[in-house]
Ligand binder design. Structure first.
Ligand code: V47
Length: 368
C-alpha cells in the first residue's frame, strides 16, 4: 500500500494501517488534527477497499417519525416538542400503516421508525404499531426505536431491557437504529442533553439487543461542543462493545444541524465538508471491527455522500423519504432520493451498486 502524504505525522499511523494494527486514542486524534484530508482519506479508502472492493450498498427504505413529543428536551434537537407545546403531533396507527402501505408499492425493504419520548405511548402502542407494520408490509424489515426509546419503555413499565426488547421483537421488531448515542462523554451529555440516558446505558441497551440476536446500528452526533478526543473516545467505546458482541452492523456519523435548536447561539454554523469527510474517514480507520461505514446523505448532501465513497464509506443509506429530524433543524436536502439517483451517484464514482436490506442481505445487484 503506497500512500502519498502532505503531513509526515501520518506516516506512523500508515505503518499501523499497513500492518493491520489496531489504532489507539492518540492515532485517532492525530488523524482528526491533521490538515491532510487527502492523506487520511487514502488510509481510510485502503481499509474500505480491502473490506468491500468496488461494492457500495444502498437500501430502498422509508422513515416514519411517528411523534415529535418528547420529554427529553435535548438542546441539539429542533424536532422534539414538550408535551402540550404547540406543534406537537402523534401519528395514529392508521396513518403509520398508510405510510408503510404507500411505500410498499415502491418496493421498500426497510421501514425506519424513530420518534420522541411521549409519556402516553406505552408498550401496547408500540406492540400494536409493530404488529400492524408486520402485517401491512410483510417481509419488509422493521428497524425501529432507538436505545433511548427502549430504555424509556422499560422505565415506564418497570421492566428489564431484555423483557422490553423481547416483547418488541415478538411484535415484529427486527433491528434497532443507531440514534440517541450523541457523544458518550458525560461532559458533553451534561451540556447538550442532560435528561437523556447516559452513554453507558445506551451501550447497555445495544449489548442486550445483541445478546438477544437483534442487530443494531451506531451513530455519533458531531460538530457541536465535543472535542476531538471525545469523538475518538466515543468510537473506542463502540469498538470495545463490538469486540464483545459483534452485533453492530453500521456506524453512521450524524452532522449536527444547529438551526432552530437551543444550541444555535453557541454553535451558529453547521459542519464543514472537510469535517464531514474527516469524520467518516477516521471512523473507518478506528472502527476496524465494523463492517459498514454509512454516509447519511440527508445530513451531508448527496454530492458529499458520493465523494465520501473515496474516504472510507461503503454505504449511502437509502431512498429515506420523509425524515423530519434534519429538516426541523434547517436541513435543506430533498425529501427522498429515487433508487435511480442512488444508482447514478454510485456508478458515477466508479463503483458497483448493491441494493441491500437492513441486515445487509443482497436484495439486488444485477442492475442493467
Ligand atoms: O438520535 C437530532 C440526531 C438522530 C439533530 O441507524 C440530529 O441507520 C443532526 O439516528 N442535527 C436520529 N442530527 C437519526 C438517526 C439515524 C439516521 C439515519 C440512519 C440511522 C441508522 C439512524 O438524529 C438522533 C440524534 O442523534 N439529531 N437532532 C440535529 N439538529
Amino acid at each position: 500500500m503506497d500512500f502519498w502524504f502532505v503531513d509526515d505525522r501520518l506516516e506512523a499511523v500508515a505503518g499501523k494501517v499497513r500492518n493491520g494494527e489496531r489504532l489507539g486514542l492518540e492515532d485517532g486524534v492525530i488523524l482528526f488534527r491533521s490538515p491532510d484530508l487527502i492523506g487520511v482519506g487514502q488510509l481510510a479508502d485502503a481499509v474500505r477497499r480491502k473490506k468491500h472492493g468496488d461494492r457500495v450498498y444502498f437500501v430502498v427504505n422509508r422513515h416514519i417519525n411517528h411523534t415529535n413529543i418528547c420529554v427529553n428536551g435535548c438542546r441539539f434537537c429542533a424536532f422534539g416538542k414538550e408535551p402540550g407545546e404547540p406543534g406537537g403531533y402523534v401519528m395514529s396507527l392508521d396513518e403509520i400503516e398508510a405510510r408503510a402501505r404507500e411505500s410498499w408499492a415502491l418496493g421498500i425493504s426497510e421501514v425506519h421508525v424513530v420518534g420522541g419520548l411521549h409519556p402516553d405511548l406505552n408498550l401496547d402502542y408500540y406492540r400494536e404499531m409493530l404488529t400492524r407494520l408486520r402485517n401491512t408490509v410483510p417481509g419488509v424489515i422493521i428497524q425501529a426505536l432507538t436505545a433511548v426509546e427502549v430504555d424509556y419503555l422499560a422505565g415506564l413499565h418497570g421492566l428489564e431491557l431484555e423483557d422490553v426488547l423481547t416483547e418488541l421483537r415478538a411484535a415484529g421488531l427486527d433491528s434497532l437504529p443507531g440514534g440517541g448515542a450523541e457523544v458518550f462523554a458525560p461532559r458533553v451529555r451534561e451540556s447538550v442533553c442532560p435528561k437523556k440516558i447516559s452513554g453507558a446505558r445506551w451501550l447497555a441497551v445495544h449489548e442486550t439487543a445483541h445478546r438477544l440476536g437483534i442487530r443494531t446500528n451506531a451513530t455519533m452526533l458531531y460538530g457541536h461542543v465535543e472535542t476531538l478526543e471525545e469523538r475518538v473516545e466515543h468510537l473506542l467505546q463502540l469498538r470495545e462493545l463490538q469486540d464483545r458482541t459483534g452485533g453492530f452492523q453500521a456506524f453512521i456519523p450524524l452532522a449536527f444541524h444547529p438551526w432552530n435548536t437551543a444550541l444555535e447561539p453557541e454553535v451558529p454554523a453547521g459542519t464543514t465538508g472537510y469535517d464531514d469527510l474527516k469524520m467518516l474517514a477516521v471512523a473507518r480507520l478506528m472502527l476496524d471491527n465494523f463492517d459498514h461505514i454509512k454516509a447519511f446523505w440527508v445530513m451531508i448532501g448527496p454530492k458529499l455522500a458520493q465523494i465520501s465513497l473515496n474516504f472510507g464509506v461503503n454505504d449511502i443509506d437509502g431512498t429515506v423519504v420523509e425524515e423530519r429530524i434534519t429538516r426541523a433543524a434547517g436541513g435543506q436536502t430533498a425529501h427522498g432520493l429515487e433508487r435511480g439517483e442512488l444508482l447514478r451517484l454510485i456508478r458515477a464514482a466508479g463503483r458497483v451498486p448493491v441494493e441491500r436490506d437492513t441486515l445487509y442481505n443482497v436484495v439486488r445487484e444485477d442492475f442493467a
